[in-house]
Write a protein that binds this ligand. Structure first.
Ligand code: ZN
Length: 330
């Protein structure tokens, strides 16, 4: 077995395709970021329009690095992406149906292309560049519109039999609970996510006569950021919504620990930016419900990477992993 010393001049491209924004990064083999940018995904314009714009950006930027660098590989992070099939499987916020992203990219670039679930990409990014450096067992939870998760066990990203491991957001916590986008009721992400906390605010508005600014904001205008701002301004209903979210989240995380025995649980995404408002009640209930043997052994941390960056870095890392494996196996 020999390792060819050709990767020194290679570039890796990482792309994080989100429902609103798409982030792109170009990195050399020494993990130096040479280019980063983001643009509107505009999923309503269709998959062809999106990939025309994406591939044009990559081609244009790649031209600038020639001839000193070669394009080594491309990693795509996307919601509901299956790294085994190469397809995204009807993600709710893209509405492109089942699309094989690898086949599309291969029409434009004759290099290895890999895809993986955006939360798994965030976990890889966190492992190689962020809060989980040097950790072998940890879980990254992305708290955006939904709740995504990427799980590292014994130093490896957990993929599962069908490449679909780690859908913690769809753990049912109340079978008669809130309607979820997956078609079932009471999934964790219907409570613990940017949308989930909005739903909690409206639940409390309906079931109390609490006054306050929240009563004057429509559902579509309300954001988790706004709820954070009001909680910091001591709005009782906003604080109640965070405490309720934290109670459900802490309990769920205590259960998750029994499956994976992680060293840390790392929170990432918009709702995680509310910091102590979410982390304090979550930690309280997490400690309350945690099995004794794990007490004092699991930390709840916030991501050290800027929003949007973890998945891009993770997608690059995954591309490198796949390329390295194929080089070694020659
Ligand atoms: Zn669900």
């Amino acid at each position: 077995m020999t390792i060819k010393n050709t990767e020194i001049q290679e570039l890796l491209v990482g792309v994080d395709i989100g429902g609103t924004n798409t982030a792109i990064g170009i990195m050399d083999v020494n993990n130096k970021i040479l280019f980063e940018d983001s643009f509107f995904t505009l999923p309503e314009n269709g998959v062809d329009d999106f990939f025309n714009r994406l591939t044009n950006i990559i081609k244009k930027e790649y031209e600038k690095f020639k001839p000193n660098y070669l394009l080594g590989g491309i990693g795509l992070a996307a919601p509901s992406a299956n790294y085994l099939s190469g397809a995204i499987e009807s993600p709710a916020n893209l509405k492109w149906g089942n699309v094989n992203l690898i086949e599309i990219m291969k029409k434009h670039f004759d290099v290895p292309v890999v895809i993986l679930n955006d939360a798994n990409a965030a976990a890889l990014g966190e492992h190689n560049f962020g809060a989980a450096k040097y950790m072998k067992n940890f879980i990254v939870l992305t708290l955006g519109t939904g709740l995504g998760s990427g799980i590292f066990v014994d130093g490896h990203l957990l993929h599962g039999e069908n490449g679909l491991a780690g859908e913690l957001g769809h753990t049912i916590i109340d079978p008669d609970g809130r309607q979820c986008t997956c078609g079932r009721k009471g999934c964790l992400e219907t409570y613990v996510s940017a949308i989930g906390i909005k739903r909690s605010v409206f639940h409390f508005l309906c079931n109390s006569d609490d006054k306050g600014e929240l009563r004057n904001i429509s559902y579509n205008d309300l954001t988790s950021k706004k709820i954070s701002e009001l909680a910091r301004a001591h709005d009782p209903l906003a604080i109640k919504a965070f405490n309720y979210t934290g109670e459900i989240f802490g309990k769920a995380l205590a259960n998750v620990v029994t499956y994976y025995n992680p060293e840390a649980i790392i929170l990432f995404g918009g709702l995680a930016d509310s910091d102590d408002l979410l982390i304090d009640p979550t930690s309280f209930f997490f400690d309350k419900y945690l099995l004794n043997i794990y007490k004092g052994k699991v930390r709840i941390l916030k991501s050290e990477l800027q929003n949007g960056k973890a998945a891009v870095l993770g997608a690059c890392s995954f591309a490198r992993e796949i390329i390295t494996k194929s080089i070694i196996s020659v």
